[in-house]
Design a protein around this ligand. Sequence first.
Ligand code: GLC
Length: 565
Amino acid sequence: MRRIAARLLAFVFALVLAIPTVHAQAGGTSSDPWWKHAVFYEIYPRSFMDSTGDGIGDLNGIASKLDYLHALGVDAIWISPCFPSPQVDFGYDVSDYENIDPKYGTLADFDRLEKLGAEHGVKIILDFVVNHTSDVHPWFIESRSSRNNPKRDWYIWRDGKAKNQPPNNWISTFGGSAWQWDTKTNQYYYHFFYPQQPDLNWRNPVVADAMYGTSQWWYKRGVAGFRLDAVSTLFEDPNLKDNKILPGKNKQGDPNMDNENNDKLPEVHDALKGLRKAADPYGAVLIGETWTDNIAELKKYYGSNHDELQMPMDLMLTKLKFSAPVFREHIAAVNGTGEWPTWVISNHDIVRAWNRYGDGKHNDQIAKDMAAMYLTLRGTPIMYYGEEIGMQNNDPKRKEDVKDPIGRTGWPKEIGRDGERTPMQWDETPNAGFTTGIPWNPIPVTYKTYNVADELKDPNSILNWYKAVLALRHTNEALLDGDYIALNTSDPNVLSYLRKAQNKAVLVVINMSAKPQKAKFDLSQQGFSSGTATTLMSTPKAASTQKLSEIALQPFGVYIGEVTK
Ligand code: GLC
């Protein structure tokens, strides 16, 4: 009887969590799931805010910045892994999925962060490393202890092809063979990433269940969802067929290869369905680290019955060059999937957006252009900490300074990812206000001008531009739910589009060239024949009303206006 009552209670609890809620800041209609109109923000916990003075950021540090995040317009933070870990891959080598690394705090700190987050309207998304564990995770320690251990089949163990020869030719994406010889049991184990990150065997249903259970352990603690790490590599060909070797070598000096037998196998989608089934009773959202080569691959991650990821990231955008026609074509293709897009321009694995899209001369303005674009598109954006103040890569200049292991093994062709993971620049005091100790990763000198405190005071700063765009997208009906309609589609320099709601629309016009441009619009076909727009935002400042027949744009200038019926 007691058991039935407990189950009933759990069911009611799950039901309550599953009801879509709308946060005031996130806007939208009540039937929309909350994440559709939310703004997500990735935090690399080592680098956001240090509350203890050890030079490494932590959860209490994040908690101390919730006011900032709320005022910026952030609805959910995705915290990169903060679980116990030997930190070989800075947390992406998890040794206990159900705890917090002491470097970052305790479970009690986590609960406090979550509670304070809720008070600030900021939900918590954790990073679930599903492909592999650390080699010091108790599961792997058991698995490696003997060939007969019940957890042996939790990982991928195989005999070599012959003496001193791994089972096949697969290469780890972090360099060298993907197989590690283990003297204890005289077999190889498989690792797509570092040898300290052995791959879990997702073909073993007990492993899959353990992972589903782990996700639910966090949902019950109040986590709003997960960013799923490295999902494409969950499965390998069971016959371990060799991969095709391609011409040339990669940055680690290994032969290029087509990972057809250990990446993007169709079984990945079964695992994602399982993770989604585990998430649904809690109304949790699943975001995917989905590096795709094309739109069809991206579409697949949503699941044919919308039963996989709600938010597979469009990471293809991060590889495109800053250009009106290039972006126009890509946006059309992503919208063409008919799904709700997830836009990303930066993360902890790639060069910062300021450097990547910038032309070396107008980077600040281009940072505003990028914000004007991806924060006004139909879909959900995921920001990367520091992007909103124009943080720049600070890459190591010498091999001995490199912290990220791939930068040491691949130097100088691969310099690693330290440059995009430097501490957040809060103010112009020593160490940018990030720590009272020695920062784990050096802060670029540019922090003296690119920092939160100074930019808040400057009406023309990148930060105030971001705040204004985010405020607009949270409140403007057309930006929340309106259709995307591309305009002037043969203009080689200016990207223009409408976000159209019932009776009004927002016109976004971005000059992506270094020359002044003029744009003309006739919106009568779209039902807006007044010929004028009311200015909502612009850079540089424009008159409060604009004639649609002649919108003048400065180099890299932006105009955002509202048109009504
Ligand atoms: C993902 C993470 C990256 C990590 C890798 C291995 O790509 O974003 O930082 O090194 O997975 O877990």
